[in-house]
Structures are given as C-alpha cells and as structure tokens.
Design a protein around this ligand. Sequence first.
Ligand code: DC
Length: 217
Amino acid sequence: MIRSFVVAVDGPAASGKGTVATWLGRELGLPVLDTGLLYRAVGILTDRAGDSPDDATAATAVAGQLSADQLDDPGLRTRAAGELASRVAVHAGVRAALLDFQRAFAGQPGGAVLDGRDIGTVICPEAPAKLYVTATAEVRAERRWKQLKGQGETVAYGDVLADIHRRDARDGGRDTAPMKAAADAVLLDTTEMTIEHATDAARRIVEAARALWETSK
Ligand code: DC
C-alpha cells in the first residue's frame, strides 16, 4: 500500500498532460515532476558531448550523472530536444538510471504529481490516482506547433505532425516501458476540450481516486 498520494499523469506528446499535471499540483499543493525533462536533458547532454542518442552506452553514462539542476535549461523545451529525448528513452540503461530519481520524487511525504509515459505502469504502479491523457495526433500537433511558435521556433505544422507520429511510434513501440495506459488509469481524451474543461475533468478524476484512497488507508 502506497503511503503518499501520488498522481500519475501519462500520455503521448502534446496531449495536455503537462498542463493537467501542473494544474493538479497547484490545486492539491503537491510538487510536480515533468519526467520528460529528464529524458530531454539526457538527449541534449549526450548530443552536446558529441555522442549519438542511439548510442546506449554513451546515453546511459549521461543519465547516470544527471542532476536536478540540469533540468532548468530552456533548451530542453525545443523541438530538437523532444526528438533526442525520444531516442535516448528507448535504452533500458537510460530508463534504469533515471528510476531512483523519479521514485524518490514520488515518495515525498504528502505525495507528488508526476507526468510522463510510464509513471502509472513502471515508476509508480501503486499510485492511488492515474490518468492517461490523450488527444488525436492532429490536435496534439497543432498545440505543439503553437507552443513552438510561441517560443520563437519556425516550423511547419506538417513537420510537427510528422514528429508526433514518429514519436508515438517510437515511444509506444520500444521494448522497455513502452508508452501505454495502465490498466487502472482513467482515460482523459482532451481532443475536444478547452484547458478549463480538461483540468476540471482531471480534478474530478483525482477527487474520486483520493476519496477511495482515504477509505482504504
Ligand atoms: O513528455 P515529453 O514530450 O517532454 O517527453 C520527451 C520524450 O521523452 C518522449 O518522446 C519519450 C520520453 N519519455 C519517456 O520515455 N518516459 C517518460 N516518463 C517521459 C518521457
């Protein structure tokens, strides 16, 4: 029985899971970890060291040395970093090296919110609240395209859509911890939802999970 109230928010790229996780963290007064940043940092640092993200040994060595202060780099939010992250994330060694950091974050007294791809399945399979946030590839591409534009990146919508399809295939097709909804996760399809609608639905899902968790303690 997990003692702290952990909220696992998984889902594909640009599904709205980051927005939902941040909002839930604020609402519940819990710390939030965007675990994608860990993989983005490993991808960027491997690349900066002159190694290929497909080199499992090099990427695993970087993951083993990663520290929390390396997660603030604005370069981690770029399109290139997302692609590098998805490529280093296929390596079992990288995933193993990042496990303890994520579990320690989840184990904080009082609980935590973590968003990623395998929080409900691998990192915190006993999390009392699990959401799987999704949306169509086209809607996710549009959101990501707008976000990148807002960050000053010039990129065509069609290229972002191709990125999304490629990342979905890689993240869902890898051997280790493939992206998928936990059997006990509640699906939240944000395709037709505004941010307010999605966060409100997430709040209701988490409130129900919390009530169940309180009675089973
Ligand atoms: O959520 P994001 O777009 O920042 O994630 C970037 C990549 O990192 C994603 O394509 C796959 C990988 N990732 C992962 O494999 N597991 C996680 N828990 C989070 C991200």
